[in-house]
Design a protein around this ligand. Structure first.
Ligand code: KG4
Ligand code: ZN
Length: 316
């Protein structure tokens, strides 16, 4: 079967509302919801793609097998195994981070390697050197919280709903980014490494200080100041990674790359050398997994039906 790499359907079933009442992702709830929606969503995607009779018409099943939450990975991997068996087609396990890298291949046709990919999401903050498609080197990562996790925790401190990133982004637009002088984490270390837990604590202390004086918390100013510092921390280390590796082309991926200040700052710093997918490809999506899976399959063949989910699957 030939593959043209065109995206025929990429559907998403968001659980954000289910988890919002708990202020964060509840793993057990996530896997239950996954198994509830996976078949209806699959049917809708096949129908949208015009593949109502899959056997003989689906050439490959690609599935995320890690990293991620075990329960959710299990639902995906077991379903994919069943489909591959029934449809008599090959199966390929995809690393979630490789998927994020491939969001850029879908969004920017013909983009060339090498490039640096900054993956910033609720679970990841990583700078990866993409030497070639399938050949990766980890340049640096967070020592503690992920950038998105930090946005979410700061939002929680301020009493904003989950997920906090979009709320902080929205409120920051009307705040003064210089009103609070939070320290830029890791700004003086010579390595490409991130840390976001201290920044979150700095925000917490500032808010507690204001609350203890029974003054009104200037939410927009705190959002704007925190966001400025978080973006500075990310951009500073990407500049360092670019200098260390000699690679000037930069790609972004992951939910936090939807942040308006981040997009603006990277555009100003790297100009035509920065590539940012549209928001629906930055956040988790099926098309990026299919694209990474197809490329890996064409390079090195299928995984086989014996793949297992691996919550901490390494990219390199
Ligand atoms: O990649 P993603 O959709 O899911 C995973 O974490 O895998 O990323 C979600 C994260 C959340 O932490 C959310 O708050 C953050 O991305 N996020 C943002 C924005 N939109 C989403 N953070 C900052 N600014 C945004 N506009
Ligand atoms: Zn992700």
């Amino acid at each position: 079967m030939g593959f043209d790499g065109r995206v025929r359907s990429s559907l998403l079933s968001s659980q954000v509302k289910d988890h919002a009442v708990f202020g964060g992702v509840v793993p057990e709830l996530a896997s239950r919801k996954h198994q509830e929606v996976i078949i209806p969503l699959l049917r809708a995607a096949l129908s949208e793609a015009g593949v109502d009779e899959p056997p003989g018409r689906v050439g490959l099943v690609a599935v995320t097998n890690g990293p991620g939450l075990m329960g959710s990975l299990l639902v995906g991997v077991m379903t994919a195994k069943g489909l591959a068996q029934t449809w008599e087609c090959p199966l390929i396990g995809v690393n979630h981070l490789e998927g994020h890298i491939f969001a850029n291949r879908i969004a920017h046709e013909g983009i060339e390697t090498p490039f640096l990919c900054l993956i910033v999401s609720g679970g990841h903050t990583e700078v990866i050197l993409v030497k070639d498609w399938g050949a990766y080197e980890m340049v640096g990562r967070t020592r503690d919280d992920a950038a998105g996790e930090c946005f979410d925790k700061v939002a929680k401190i301020l009493g904003l709903p989950y997920p906090g990133g979009p709320e902080v982004d929205r409120l920051a637009a009307s705040g003064d980014p210089k009103s609070f002088d939070f320290p830029v984490p890791m700004s003086s270390t010579p390595e490409v490494e991130f840390s976001f837990s201290g920044l979150k604590t700095a925000v917490l202390w500032a808010v507690n200080r204001i609350r203890s004086k029974e003054e009104e918390v200037p939410v927009a100013d705190i959002c704007a100041s925190f966001q400025r510092v978080a973006v500075e921390a990310l951009i500073g280390k990407v500049v360092l990674a670019s200098e260390m590796t000699g690679v000037g082309r930069i790609c972004l991926s992951g939910g936090v790359s939807a942040n308006s200040a981040l997009r603006r700052a990277f555009g100003e710093r790297f100009g035509g050398n920065v590539f940012i997918p549209p928001i629906e490809l930055c956040t988790d999506n099926a098309a990026m997994i299919a694209s990474a899976g197809l490329d890996r399959f064409l390079r090195s063949g299928p995984s086989g039906l014996d793949i297992s989910p691996d919550p901490s699957a390494p990219l390199t």
